[in-house]
Design a protein around this ligand. Structure first.
Ligand SMILES: [Fe+2]
Ligand SMILES: [Fe+2]
Length: 307
């Protein structure tokens, strides 16, 4: 009875909040390689001159490097079983985009190492102990549900930070590169979710994956951010405390806003396309230069045209 009420209530919410549901996600997923490269001298506090914001973004970069490899590995397993040609094409484009993101975050992590941050042990454990164990010991379907949950975290982080213009006062090249990645997260935000629905549409499997994804994302992000902040300059404890309080709770209220995006996923009739994202995606890609790869053929035979 309560569950029926919840289902009915949630089904009304999208039309109230998102009245324009027409074509909310672009039809075609484009694989882009940014022409901009990370500069030699990345400022230590490149995001808004803010220690906490910078290390949250740095920590996300360390996590993405491992997480996106995990996504590629998981979704690849389902390609031979798929009969839906449109979805198959989207998955190949998804893999292409995530591979580009992995390459960028690997390069950026090398810059962090050059700056003197040591996160190799942590990154090794995230890759092998967390993602490796899930892949080895959980079913393929549950891994797919976890990947779908993590992609919802990525989509929510992307939508929130782009709408809030979190990168507006940061190193110009890193702003461009992070915003490119986040806009592509929005562009392909339906893919893993649709694949999960195609393989197994059970609501509780989706929620089980979401629960594990929540643990994984929050643990890895908290530990990695704390690890970088501790290595930075703990003598500035009061500044770090104030920046954290302002960013997470009082001024920007990022945690509260992110929570509202995240819980959307628990709606029984949730779909990523219920949020209209074409406006932010086109805004980000306007007037920027990329090498474009269209995914008309399998990933290892991509056709390349230069923009
Ligand atoms: Fe990505
Ligand atoms: Fe993604």
């Amino acid at each position: 009875m309560f569950f029926n009420f919840l289902t009915k209530f949630y089904s009304l919410v999208p039309s109230m909040i998102y009245p324009n549901k027409k074509n909310p996600i672009p039809e075609k997923i484009t694989i882009r390689k940014p022409l901009s490269q990370i500069t030699e001298q990345v400022p230590i506090h490149w995001l808004d001159g803010n220690i906490v914001k910078t290390h949250v973004a740095n920590a996300l970069s360390i996590i993405f490097k491992n997480e996106e490899e995990y996504f590629i590995k998981i979704v690849r397993k389902f390609i031979p079983k798929l009969k839906n040609a449109k979805l198959k094409k989207e998955i190949i484009s998804f893999i292409g985009q995530e591979q580009q993101h992995c390459d960028f975050h690997s390069d950026f992590c090398n810059k962090l190492t050059d700056q003197g941050f040591d996160f190799q042990f942590l990154s090794f454990n995230i890759k092998n102990f967390i993602y490796g164990s899930m892949d080895a010991f959980l079913s393929d379907e549950l891994n797919l549900a976890i990947a779908s949950g993590l992609e919802h975290y990525n989509k929510s982080t992307a939508e929130l930070s782009l709408r809030e213009k979190v990168f507006s006062n940061s190193d110009a090249i890193l702003k461009e590169l992070f915003e490119w990645h986040l806009a592509e997260e929005l562009e392909h935000s339906n893919v893993v979710f649709d694949l999960l629905r195609e393989i197994d549409s059970n609501y509780w499997l989706r929620i089980e994956g979401f629960f594990i994804a929540t643990l994984v994302r929050n643990l890895t992000l908290t530990f990695t951010t704390a690890n970088l902040v501790v290595q930075d300059d703990l003598r500035q404890f009061l500044r770090i405390w104030k920046e954290g309080k302002d960013f997470f709770f009082t001024k920007d209220q990022i945690l509260y806003k992110l929570f509202l995006y995240i819980v959307d996923y628990a709606k029984p009739d949730f779909h990523p396309s219920q949020h209209n994202m074409t406006d932010i995606i086109s805004e980000i890609f306007k007037n920027r230069n990329f090498e474009i790869f269209f995914s008309k053929k399998p990933a290892n035979q991509t056709e390349q045209t230069v923009n």
